[in-house]
Ligand binder design. Structure first.
Ligand code: HEC
Length: 119
């Protein structure tokens, strides 16, 4: 039987054991967060995760013990180690809020100005 040798950990980890934000994307996919929160963390049936306004501690606590366990599965530290969760958090934190604001949508501005200034 073949036994695969342990692969050396090449990606540097920070003091908290977390990887860089870019690796968070892989983990976000690996742990299927995207299935409910969308590839960008901004859509899907789950809550919007971007912009991420939670503290790291609140985020970890939530994923370990979601407010409504029948809406989101809880992830134990065994299934999803703290370091990986912190990496996901850092990734979400790094994502820009790409949702356009109402004032940046020209068509909407046109409608709004017509409604507020009827001719
Ligand atoms: C099966 C679907 C599903 C999966 C998979 C899932 N979530 Fe969720 N998540 C939800 C739903 C639904 C909510 C909103 C729950 C509510 O409103 O009570 C939520 C809420 C959250 C919140 C709270 C957001 C807020 O502002 O209150 C965080 C943080 C979160 N999810 C992170 C994650 C992470 C990280 C993963 C992957 C490790 C993940 N979720 C995987 C469905 C999911």
């Amino acid at each position: 039987m073949w036994v695969l040798p342990a692969v050396a950990q090449t990606t540097p980890r920070g003091d908290d054991g977390a990887l860089s934000g870019k690796d968070g994307k892989d983990l976000f996919l690996k742990y299927t967060c995207y299935g409910c929160h969308g590839f960008s963390g901004q859509n899907g049936t789950g809550a919007r995760l971007v912009p991420m306004g939670m503290t790291q501690a609140a985020f970890l606590a939530y994923v370990r013990n979601p407010a409504r366990p029948n809406a989101m599965p809880s992830y134990s530290p065994k299934a999803l180690p703290d370091a990986d969760l912190v990496t996901i958090y850092n990734y979400l934190k790094s994502l820009p809020n790409s949702e356009p604001r109402a004032k940046d949508v020209p068509v909407l501005n046109g409608i709004l100005s017509e409604v507020s200034n009827p001719k």
